[in-house]
Design a protein around this ligand. Structure first.
Ligand SMILES: CC(C)(COP(=O)(O)OP(=O)(O)OC[C@H]1O[C@@H](n2cnc3c(N)ncnc32)[C@H](O)[C@@H]1OP(=O)(O)O)[C@@H](O)C(=O)NCCC(=O)NCCS
Length: 198
């Protein structure tokens, strides 16, 4: 039995863990990283810390095994990250000696955060990320998490949602397409999607 529920601050470690073990285009990225938190610093933890009301988790008898995180206002969130999230991490990771190549790639993204294409942010101001451990996949948990997040966003007056998926993540790309997101374009290795909520 899988339950969906709002985020609690005690879920933060689960966010970091799930993000790491799904972080290589949907596969386990643990072997690539010496620092197990680096991926989560980018794609999961800041939402739990700064946007806890925009995080839902999926929990089974063994614990939290999936999440959807996001923000209604991508531009405002980016500004908050600059003020409240990146500065401490930039200090903490000033010395990258001893880290792996994959770690250093994540540190580079902390120094120069990736930005969504401006036209997509204008058309679809919200964005999301979703990751499930393997044991939850293929049982419509992702669909339930997405529907709950989307219904709340629509009720709160959000006009649209965008997201970026790794082009190498064929399962993720298939899921977003099946879920009604419209592919917009590919930039580098990222496929961008948009969904109108109006
Ligand atoms: C991608 C993910 C969120 C999908 O969640 P899920 O609960 O497994 O998906 P659902 O069971 O709700 O499937 C919904 C639809 O997507 C399709 N789908 C889901 N995963 C798929 C896959 N790997 N390959 C092809 N289609 C897939 C399903 O067949 C279903 O289609 P249908 O509506 O025609 O029946 C989940 O598998 C996951 O977290 N994967 C690892 C992390 C990841 O890749 N996240 C996305 C990053 S962009």
């Amino acid at each position: 039995m899988v339950t969906l529920r709002p985020y609690r601050s005690s879920d933060l470690e689960a966010l970091y863990h799930i993000c790491l073990v799904t972080g290589d285009a949907g596969r386990d990225a643990s072997a690539l990283h010496k620092d197990p938190q680096l991926i989560g610093h980018l794609y999961a933890a800041p939402y739990g810390v700064l946007e806890p009301d925009r995080v839902l988790v999926a929990e089974d008898a063994a614990g939290v095994a999936g999440y959807i995180v996001g923000t209604y206002d991508t531009e405002r969130f980016a500004a908050r990250l600059e003020a409240e999230w990146w500065p401490a991490l930039r200090q903490r990771y000033a010395d990258t000696s001893g880290l792996t190549e994959a770690d250093r790639g994540r540190v580079a993204a902390i120094l120069r955060p990736h930005v969504s294409p401006a036209d997509l942010v204008a058309a679809y101001p919200a964005h999301i990320h979703m990751n499930l451990l393997e044991r939850l996949r293929g049982q419509r948990v992702g669909s339930r998490l997405l529907q709950a997040w989307r219904d709340q966003a629509k009720a709160d007056g959000v006009g649209g949602i965008h997201l970026g998926a790794s082009a190498g993540n064929s399962g993720g790309v298939a899921f977003w397409t099946r879920s009604g997101f419209v592919p917009q374009r590919q930039v580098g290795s990222t496929v961008w999607f948009g969904m109108d909520l109006a």
